[in-house]
Design a protein around this ligand. Sequence first.
Ligand code: PEP
Ligand code: MN
Length: 625
Amino acid sequence: MILVLKKGITQDQKSNIRSMLFSEGYIVREMSEAGQNIIGAVGKGGKETDFFEQLPGVASVIPISTSFKLVSRQLHTEDTLVQVGDVVVGGERITIIAGPCAVESRDQALTIAREVRRYGAVLFRGGAFKPRTSPYSFQGLQEEGLKILAEVRKVTGLGVVTEITSPTQADMMMKYVDVVQVGARNMQNFELLKCVGRIGKPVVLKRGLASTIEEWLMSAEYILSEGNEKVILCERGIRTFEPYTRNTLDLSAIPVLKTLTHLPVIIDPSHATGIREKVSPMSRAAIAAGADGLMIEVHHDPDHALSDGPQSLYPKQFGQLTRDIYVIAPVVGKQLDFDYLDKAKAVDHLSKTNGTGVQRAAFLGEMGTFSHKACIQYFGTKMAAVPAPSFKAIFEAVKNGEVDFGVVPLENSLTGSIHENYDLLLEYDLKIVGEITLRIIHYLIGHPEARADTIRRVFSLPMVFQQCRQFLDRHESWELVPVKDTAGAVKEISESANPVDAAIASKEAAEMHGMVVIEEGIETNPRNYTRFVVIGIDQLEKGPRQKSSLIFSTGNQPGALYEVLKIFAENGVNLVKLESRPIHGKPWEYMFYVDLEADAESETFKPTFDLLEEKTDYLKILGSY
Ligand code: PEP
Ligand code: MN
C-alpha cells in the first residue's frame, strides 16, 4: 500500500507511522513523488488499510493493485537509473552491452573487448559459468574466466557483466565483476534471486524461456525485497511455436514494462533470434520501441566460437549497428553516446583538479528548456545544470570559471544557424569540447481547463513559432508573444493563471510547472533537430576528438576560398559543414565556419594546418571533440 502523508506532518508522527509499519512486518520505502511525501509499505501485515488511514499525519492510503509491489510504477513513478561505475543504465542514454557468449581465453576476451569499446559498447559481457543445454557442451572457464573479465575491466575501462548460476559463486562475483546476470533458465531460481538481492551488485535479470511478464516482475520483486533495487530487466525472446528463429523476441514487452515498472529494460536480440542476420534489425526495432539498451553477442571469429557463434555479430557489423542506433535514438528522445566512457573520465578528472568534486554546466533559460535537456543528455546526472539569462552570460560564466561548461545551440535542421552563438565563439577564447543533437518536438501547453478554441495568446521563442508555422497558421487569431526561452514561457503562463494563455515548449516543461499538453508534435516538419555544442576553457584532456570546428577568413581575391578548400580536398579531410558569416565592421567581408572529421590539433593534421595558415588571413581552431 501507499501512504500519502499530510503536508504538515511532524517528524514524531512520521517516526510513529514507520515504527508501526515495521512492527507489522512491512518493508518500508519513504519517498517524494510529484511534490508529495509518501511511504510505500509492502508485506502482509494483519491490519486493514482503515487502520493506517487513521494514523496522525496520514492523508490517504492507496492499495497497490498489482501482485508485484516494489518493482511497480505505482510505488515509484520515476524511472530507476542503475549506476554501474561511470555508466548509468536507464534514463536518456542508450546502454550498449556487448561481448562474446563465453569467455574463451584472455586473448579472445581482450580482442573482442577492444573492438566493442571502439564501436560504442560501455559494458562488456562474457559468460564464465555457462548454463548449457547439453552437459557435454563447453561449460565456461569458471573462476579463470572471471579473472579474465577483471583484467578486461582493468585494460579497457569497460565494466563487466557475467552470469551467476549458483549462490555458491557469490563471493567470486563480488570480487571480479560489476554486474551479475541471472539467466533465462534461472529466472525462477528463488534462492539465486534472494542471493543476488543480498549481494547488492547490479543485476541483469533475463526473462525466462516461457515466463509471463508478471512472473518475470515477481522474480525482480524477490531481488528488490532483499534490498537490492539495481535491477535491469532483459527480454531475450520466449518459446513459441515459431521455428524460424531460436526464440520469439517479444518487443511489445517494452511498452508493457514501461507502464508496469520503473526498472530499466534492455533487449538481447542475440539469444532472441539466434541468427546473426536477424540481430541488427531487431536491435534497431528495440531502440525505436523504447528500450534503454541492448545486450549483444559479438565475436571476432564466430566460426570457431565455443558457444553461440551463429548468432554473434562480427565486430564491424556491430559497429554498423551502433551507428544506426546513434541515428535512431534521438527520434525517441534518447542518445547513444560513442564517447561516454572517455567523457566520464575527462569530467571526473576535472572535478578532481578543480577541487570541488562537482562540475557545473550553464544553459540558457529555465529548467525544462531544450538546452537543459541537452545538458542532461550530454553529461548525465552527475553535472549540476545552471540556468543562465543569455548566451553571452553562458560564455562569460565559462570564461570566468563560475561554471566548467556551457551548452549552447548552434544550428537547427529547419531554421538554420543560431548566429549569435557563432559570433560569440569568435569573440571568446573558449573551446568547443563536445556536441549533441536533440530531436525537437513541440507541445502546445496550457492550463488544465484550457482547450485549443479558448486560447488567445501563445508564448514562445520566435524560432519556435517559425518551426510551428503550419499549425499556427490554422489559428490566425492567436496573438504570438515572443519570449526568451521555451520553459520560461510555460512558467509565465502558469504564473499568469489566465486560461487564455498558452505556451509552446517541451513536455518536460509542462510537467515541471503543473501545466498540461493540449496538442502534441505541432512542429511543421518532424525532422526537427537542434545541434548543441558544449564549450569549456580548455580542451578535455582525455576527451574524444573525432571532429573539429575551425573559423577562417581569406583575402578578397579570385579563387581565395577555392585555394583553402583545395587543401582539405587534397589532404583527404572530410568537411561536414561550411558556412559564411559577415565580419562585424567590415561590410561584405566574411568569416568561414567549417566542421571537419579530423582532430585539427593532432600531429597528423599539422601539415594540413600549416598549409591552411599560409592560405588564410585569419585561422582559429574552435575545438576538437
Ligand atoms: C547468455 O546471455 O549468454 C545466456 C545464456 O542467455 P539466456 O540466459 O538468455 O539464454
Ligand atoms: Mn549465448
